[in-house]
Design a protein around this ligand. Structure first.
Ligand code: ADP
Length: 360
C-alpha cells in the first residue's frame, strides 16, 4: 500500500509543455480518478507515475520514496490498459502467472495467489482457456488478475473499459469498485468518461489542457463545480447555461438575457454577497434534473422529446440557448408545445462569465 505525492510535476515534449505543474496528494488506499477530455494530459501524467514516461520537472514520491528516476519494475505498481495485452497463445492461468514466472518465483508460492485471484474475479472455471475463447469482460478480468497477483502497492488503470460494450462497461465498473473495496489498495484510474469518474472515485481530479481544474469527492464537484469547465464536464445531459447581465428588480436581482427575458436569481450563490451586483456579467447554470415545471415562470418552447424510460428529456430554447429539462414523471407533452419552468434558488449556479469562476 502506498500514498502518492505529485509536487509541481510537469511534462515537456521538445518545446511543447503538455502537463503544467500538477500538485496532488493521493492517500494510501484511495481510489482517485483522473478525468478530462481527450488530450488533456491524463495519460501522460499516469505514465509518468508508472515510469513509462520521463518526468520533465517536479517531484514524485510513492510510499514516501522519491520515484522520479526509478525504473518501472522498481515502483511496485501494476497497470491495466485499455488493450488487455494478453498473450494469445497462453492459457488464462499462464497469462496470470506470467509476472511471477518472469520473476522466477516458485510455482508453489504463486499458485495459491492465482487461484485466489481467479476466484475473486470469477475466472476459476476458465483457467485452461485461451484468451480467444473468452468474452471481452472475461479478458479484461484476466488482465486485472495479472495485476492483482503482483500484489502491488499501487494500481494504475488507463481507460480499461473503453473497448467494452455499454452493458459490460457498467458491470465491470462495479466489479473494479468491489475489487478495490476488498483489496483496499491505492488506485489511480484514467478515463474520459465522467460517469465512470462519478461512480467509481473516492476523489475525482478534473483535468483540462494539462492543468487541474478541481479536485474533490464526486458529489462535491457535482453540487459545487468551481468553474464553468467542471460544471459542463460533469453530468449527463450536461448543465444548461445562460449568459447575461445582473439587473435590479422589485424582488431583488435577476439575470437579464439577450432576448430581454429575466430570470430571478433569489437564492443563487453569490447573490446575497456583493458579487452578483447589478451590471455584473454572469452565467447561470442549472442542471436538467433541477428544473421544475410550474404554472408561471420562464417559457420554454419544446422542440425535441427524448423518453429514456426512467425519465424524459425535453429540449427547447430558453433565452435563445438550447436547454434540456429532465422530468421524472411521464408527461404528455408534444414537440411545439410551450411549457413554463422555474429554477429553485439552491440549484442555480452562478459563474463570472469572463473568468468562468463560480461566484461566492
Ligand atoms: P489524454 O490522456 O488526456 O487524452 P495525453 O496525455 O495522451 O492526453 O496527451 C496530452 C498531450 O500531449 C496531447 O496534446 C498529446 O498530443 C501530447 N503528447 C502525448 N504524447 C506525446 C509525444 N510522445 N510527443 C509529443 N506530444 C505528445
Amino acid at each position: 500500500m502506498a500514498a502518492v505525492q505529485l509536487s509541481g510535476i510537469y511534462k515537456r515534449y521538445g518545446d511543447t509543455q503538455v502537463v503544467h505543474g500538477i500538485d496532488l496528494h493521493i492517500d494510501d488506499g484511495e481510489f482517485v480518478v483522473l478525468v478530462g477530455p481527450s488530450g488533456c494530459g491524463k495519460s501522460t501524467l499516469m505514465r509518468m507515475v508508472a515510469g513509462l514516461e520521463e518526468i520533465s520537472g517536479g517531484e514524485l514520491t510513492i510510499g514516501g520514496t522519491r520515484a522520479n528516476g526509478l525504473p518501472p519494475q522498481q515502483r511496485n505498481i501494476s497497470m491495466v490498459f485499455q488493450s488487455y495485452a494478453l498473450y494469445p497463445h497462453l492459457s488464462v492461468y499462464d497469462n496470470i502467472a506470467f509476472g511471477p514466472r518472469i520473476r522466477k518465483e516458485a510455482s508453489t508460492s504463486f499458485r495459491p495467489r492465482i487461484e485466489a485471484a481467479a476466484k475473486m474475479l470469477n475466472l476459476s472455471g476458465y483457467l485452461d482457456r485461451l484468451p480467444r475463447a473468452l468474452s471481452g469482460g472475461q479478458r479484461q478480468r484476466v488482465a486485472m488478475g495479472r495485476a492483482v497477483v503482483r500484489e502491488p502497492s499501487l494500481f494504475l488503470f488507463d481507460e480499461p473499459l473503453s473497448n467494452l460494450d455499454a452493458k459490460l462497461r457498467v458491470q465491470m465498473r462495479t466489479e473494479i469498485k468491489a475489487l478495490h473495496q476488498r483489496l483496499k489498495n491505492t488506485v489511480i484510474y484514467v478515463t474520459h468518461d465522467q460517469i465512470e469518474a462519478m461512480t467509481m472515485a473516492d476523489r475525482i481530479v478534473v483535468m483540462n489542457a494539462g492543468r487541474i481544474e478541481q479536485i474533490g469527492r464526486p458529489l462535491e464537484l457535482y453540487d459545487r463545480p468551481a468553474n464553468l469547465f467542471v460544471a459542463s464536464f460533469l453530468g449527463s445531459p450536461s448543465m444548461n447555461f445562460a449568459a447575461g447581465e445582473v439587473v435590479s428588480t422589485a424582488n431583488g436581482v435577476a439575470l437579464q438575457l439577450g432576448d430581454g427575458a429575466q430570470i430571478p436569481l433569489q437564492g443563487a450563490n453569490g447573490v446575497n454577497g456583493t458579487i452578483a451586483k447589478p451590471g455584473a456579467k454572469v452565467t447561470l447554470g442549472v442542471r436538467p434534473e433541477h428544473i421544475e415545471a410550474s404554472n408561471e415562470g420562464i417559457p420554454m418552447d419544446v422542440e425535441v422529446i427524448e423518453p429514456t424510460g426512467a425519465e424524459t428529456h425535453l429540449y427547447g430554447k430558453i433565452g435563445g440557448a438550447s436547454w434540456c429539462v429532465t422530468m421524472r414523471q411521464r408527461a404528455s407533452i408534444e414537440p411545439g408545445q410551450r411549457v413554463t419552468v422555474r429554477f429553485p434558488g439552491q440549484h442555480m449556479h452562478l459563474f463570472d462569465t469572463e473568468s468562468g469562476r463560480r461566484l461566492g
